[in-house]
Write a protein of this length. Structure first.
Length: 161
């Protein structure tokens, strides 16, 4: 959903989602139930809702009338838990590369390049080339909303309930 990218942390474009009698935010919140229960559909909708409403009191007020924030908060927390092992692995890979460079030796583990496959939270293998070609049906949260803002977003939604 490109709506999230359109308004990511931009107050001016977030206001567009708040206009009208039946706002775009209301329409997003009233999508069919599978978007809130099916893992793959949640991977599409929830980052969009987060990107569209983060730091927007009005969008959050609209959402609060339509849905509970508990599933969004849980989605963010689950993504944080799943990202921690991946981040630790990448740090280990970087340390291994550094130590190899210092010793001047070969062998050992090589770090991942951005073009190599990685697995996201749904188990879908994603290659950077396939994303660029439009062959991937969605991008996971870590590629759509800055990781540095995840904890702040959790607190924002918890305080908005």
């Amino acid at each position: 959903m490109f709506i999230g990218y359109f308004c990511l942390i931009n107050e001016g474009t977030q206001k567009i989602l708040q206009r009208g009698e039946n706002t775009i935010m209301q329409k997003l919140c009233n999508l069919p139930f599978p978007y809130f229960s099916d893992k793959k559909l949640k991977e599409i909708l929830f980052p969009t809702l987060i990107m569209a409403s983060y730091k927007s009191e009005r969008c959050v007020a609209i959402m609060n009338q339509e849905i509970s924030f508990a599933p969004l908060i849980k989605f963010l927390q689950d993504n944080m838990k799943e990202e921690l092992p991946r981040i630790m692995e990448e740090e280990f890979d970087q340390q291994s590369i550094s130590s190899l460079g210092e010793r001047g030796g070969g062998g050992g583990r090589r770090g991942r390049s951005p073009s190599m496959s990685s697995t996201n939270s749904s188990g879908c293998s994603i290659q950077m080339e396939s994303i660029g070609n439009g062959n991937c049906p969605y991008l996971p949260l870590f590629m759509r909303f800055p990781k540095s803002k995840w904890q702040d977003a959790i607190e924002f939604y918890q305080n908005s309930e």
